[in-house]
Write a protein that binds this ligand. Structure first.
Ligand SMILES: [Zn+2]
Ligand SMILES: [Zn+2]
Length: 358
């Protein structure tokens, strides 16, 4: 079992809490803070992991604000390569909690361009620029349209980059590695995949999913040595996904509860909120239900299912039980309803599937 909790600091939090309750403890607080900052700046979760494929859920939710689930973000560690699949708001914060230095991120893969999948791009690129040692901007891969997204972020952050280079110097914040660079791939047809990135034992392919009217929209299959995962992005139940994800160790699949969104819809109607009534009616047919995600996992014969991009927010446990009703009847393998900090570990050369929570 991985000792992931050494990367977070409950003892420090407890000490600080006690210290703040006591008068005259400023020196103690500052001393503890200094040691904690040293630990945070030198923490390196990826290098402490066994060789393999590992995934941190750095955003388990959708577009609606949720205390336990930020917008979509999966951080993938494949050997010594660290990459992100989607970067919703909250991504950088959740990586920090997990002991991931933003300077380690080599590239980003986008599934599609809905706001809840790209909102954190500027923040992550800026932290990586300031904290990393790269000579190039952060590479962003995606289907056609990714160049438009990247140039928009680069324009929005252009002044920030000028200020920081003027203030911190060319060595710490060189313009050459600021911002983002786009690499587009053609949307693969039904039954086909596109190779997005390949190096050594790592191979990443994209496949089309069904998120109409949002197009292009893709999922990814990531293989490293003898381990593999598939990521749905946003999709209704998709036969193309089932085919493309066949046999992976873990399927990360989005899900929306029609029962719970139906309650939101009725509430919007009751209070006369026509906009929310329309939106909550529109969204149910371009996402999969939790049971459909489980059926896809079963049909794709995967080892485990992690449901992420959980919609709507589930602030109390009884709602979680309604959300996952029927899921375990539809899929024989292990199921996890992700929260921010869910961590999946697939050591190379084994068939272990470890699922923890940071
Ligand atoms: Zn989404
Ligand atoms: Zn979407």
């Amino acid at each position: 079992m991985l000792d992931l909790r050494r990367h977070i600091t409950p003892i420090w939090i407890a000490l600080l809490s006690i210290a703040t309750l006591t008068t005259g403890c400023t020196d103690t607080i500052l001393g503890v803070m200094g040691r904690q900052v040293e630990q945070a700046m030198s923490s390196d979760l990826p290098s402490s992991l066994p060789d393999g494929l590992h995934v941190l859920v750095c955003g388990a939710g959708g577009p609606l604000p949720d205390a336990k689930r930020s917008s979509a973000c999966l951080l993938v560690i494949a050997g010594d390569t660290v990459l992100l699949v989607d970067v919703g708001s909250g991504s950088a914060r959740n990586m920090a909690f997990a002991g991931i230095q933003p300077g380690l991120i080599e590239r980003v893969l986008l599934t599609h361009f809905h706001s809840d999948h790209i909102d954190g791009l500027g923040e992550v690129a800026t932290l990586r620029w300031a904290g990393g040692d790269w000579e190039q901007p952060l590479a962003v891969h995606g289907p056609e349209g990714v160049a438009e997204i990247v140039s928009g972020f680069n324009l929005a952050y252009r002044r920030d980059q000028i200020y920081r280079t003027a203030h911190h110097g060319l060595e710490v914040t060189p313009p050459s590695s600021a911002g983002l660079s786009a690499t587009a791939f053609a949307l693969p047809g039904e039954g086909k995949t596109s190779i997005v990135f390949e190096r050594g034992d790592l191979r990443i392919t994209a496949f089309a999913v069904d998120h109409e009217p949002v197009s292009p929209a893709v999922g990814y299959r990531i293989e490293y040595k003898d381990r593999s995962i598939a990521i749905s992005g946003d999709t209704a139940k998709s036969s193309n996904l089932i085919r493309s994800a066949h046999g992976v160790d873990v399927l990360f699949h989005e899900a929306l509860s029609r029962t719970l969104v139906g309650v939101m819809n009725q509430a919007a109607v009751n209070v006369g909120n026509a906009g929310m009534a329309k939106i909550t009616a529109d969204i149910v047919d371009y996402h999969a239900s939790p049971v459909e995600a489980a059926e896809s996992a079963q049909e794709a014969e995967v080892g485990a299912l992690v449901i992420y991009h959980v919609v709507p927010p589930l602030p109390i446990a009884p709602l979680e039980r309604i959300f996952e009703k029927g899921v375990r009847d539809a899929f024989d393998g292990k199921v996890e309803i992700a929260v921010d900090g869910t961590f999946v570990s697939l050591p190379a050369g084994s068939d272990e599937i470890e699922i923890d929570e940071l």
